[in-house]
Design a protein around this ligand. Structure first.
Ligand code: AMP
Ligand code: ZN
Length: 143
């Protein structure tokens, strides 16, 4: 089982440090984020240590993904939120602070002030098709 002894989430998996667990199975653990962006903010992780989403084998990501609907429904019912964001930060530039792949489930309510600040751009003619071709090539090159 991949494990990094210096990783805070591996320590949570091993119960070496406390956490407020909301769900666990053989492969997946979910617990309350100690620095919540909203009341009831959850983290969902594979028990195995992979730093990034792009390092984790598909079956590991699949096991995490398959419990997201269960946890999201629980999030809505426990927090009475109207919606939620599922977020995976990869890389420091994207805000990743803990190097053990994880998904956030962030409950959202009208007026919570957490809104996106991202401005949608616009492609020049042909750029979207060019990108789609590059993506298709990359995906075929590395299934
Ligand atoms: P990220 O910025 O995507 O790497 O998010 C890491 C998240 O882990 C942050 O939201 C932290 O609040 C949370 N976190 C860090 N240490 C702990 C811990 N010991 N227990 C619960 N959540 C933690
Ligand atoms: Zn870890």
């Amino acid at each position: 089982m991949p494990r990094d002894p210096s990783c805070v989430f591996c320590k949570i998996v091993a119960a070496e440090i406390p956490s407020s667990v909301v769900y666990e199975d053989q492969y997946v653990l979910s617990f309350i984020d100690i620095g919540p962006l909203a009341d009831g903010h959850l983290l969902v992780i594979p028990r195995d240590h992979y730093t990034n989403l792009t390092d984790a084998p598909p079956e590991v990501v699949g096991r995490v993904g398959s419990v997201l609907p269960i946890l999201s429904r629980a999030c809505l019912s426990v927090t009475r939120a109207e919606g939620f964001n599922v977020l995976c930060n990869q890389g420091r530039v994207a805000g990743q602070a803990v190097g053990h792949v994880h998904f956030h489930i962030i409950p959202r309510k009208e007026g919570d002030g957490l809104g996106y600040r991202w401005n949608a751009g616009k492609y020049p003619p042909g750029r979207d098709a060019e990108l789609a071709a590059a993506y298709q090539k990359a995906i075929l090159g590395r299934p």
